[in-house]
Design a protein around this ligand. Structure first.
Ligand code: NAD
Ligand code: ZN
Length: 266
């Protein structure tokens, strides 16, 4: 299908939908300058997050030092980046009254940065702007912990209980957050349109969400630069840049809602 035709179709499906769930991965944030796992020259060329298995973080001081070096670099990067048109398109979808929620695998807070309210974002892999004690759950701001690191602490510990603190993100080998997983599954099963943006759909169990949606009867759209294992199950696949494609889709959806009698016609 030609690109224009595909964009037209997604816009039409948005106009027809009552509950759209958008599922995002690292690819929605690459246009903001945050590399995904596959971009050459990025952060993940120097640090492989797979080396930082949760079990290793718990048991090796050396691994913890390296982990905090990686997160310090990530922190400096996250402080400079801005949301892009892909994130803003999701916010627009919400303003149109179409968005049920965004389920994201990203830890970069950019959906909220683009003005999407917290309650509309389900973070499956946590958020790098928060830090939590693994023992007593006390929360710290990432900024405060960074100041301590820059003051010389290589592996910060909890002021309350002496436990290990860690960014509130899900490492490989760490349990998925229960509440978020339950919510994401239920929203996926109940939506009528499920749009994947910028995810390789290879990280489990997050990648089960499009399957839940599809089994629940939703239309499944995948917008990604490269093929994914679920392309054959999708109703429509667009290979392109997330921000570019989504801003065109939203533009067309808005036009359709105006001409075909959307929320604005009462
Ligand atoms: P991934 O790196 O496995 O896949 C990203 C996908 O996005 C790739 O298939 C790539 O082709 C595609 N892509 C890259 N740029 C794109 C663009 N501009 N437009 C459209 N598609 C684009 O990422 P994933 O599926 O999110 O899973 C990897 C894990 O990495 C997740 O657990 C996530 O938590 C973590 N991660 C998060 C961030 C972030 O928070 N921004 C960055 C890197 C990794
Ligand atoms: Zn503690």
């Amino acid at each position: 299908m030609a690109r224009n035709e595909a964009i037209e179709k997604v816009a039409q499906w948005i106009a027809e939908a009552k509950k759209v769930v958008v599922f995002t991965g690292a690819g929605v944030s690459t246009e903001s300058g945050i590399p995904d796992f596959r971009s050459p020259g990025g952060l993940w060329d120097r640090y492989d997050p797979r080396e930082f298995y949760f079990q290793v973080f718990l048991t090796s001081e050396e691994a913890r030092i390296k982990y905090w070096q990686m997160h310090s670099e990530l922190h400096r990067l996250l402080k400079t980046v801005k949301p892009n048109t892909g994130h803003y398109a999701c916010t627009e979808l919400n303003k149109l009254g179409k968005l049920d929620c965004v389920i994201t695998q990203n830890i970069d807070n950019l959906h909220q940065g683009a003005g999407l309210p917290d309650e509309k974002v389900i973070e499956l892999h946590g958020n790098a702007l928060r830090v939590r004690c693994l023992d007593c759950s006390k929360q710290y701001s990432r900024e405060e912990i960074q100041e301590r690191i820059e003051g010389g602490e290589r592996v910060p510990r909890c002021e309350e209980c002496g436990g290990l603190v860690k960014p509130d993100t899900i490492s490989f080998g760490q349990a998925m957050p229960d509440k978020e997983m339950r919510e994401a599954e239920s929203h996926s099963r109940q939506c009528d349109l499920f749009i994947v943006i910028g995810s390789s759909l290879v990280v489990q169990p997050a990648a089960l969400m499009p399957v839940y949606a599809s089994h629940g009867g939703a239309r499944l759209v995948i917008i990604n630069l490269t093929p994914t294992p679920y392309d054959t199950e999708a109703d429509l696949v667009i290979h392109g840049q997330a921000g570019e494609v989504m801003s065109e889709v939203l533009q067309r959806a808005k036009e359709k809602l105006l001409t075909e009698g959307g929320p604005s016609s009462g």
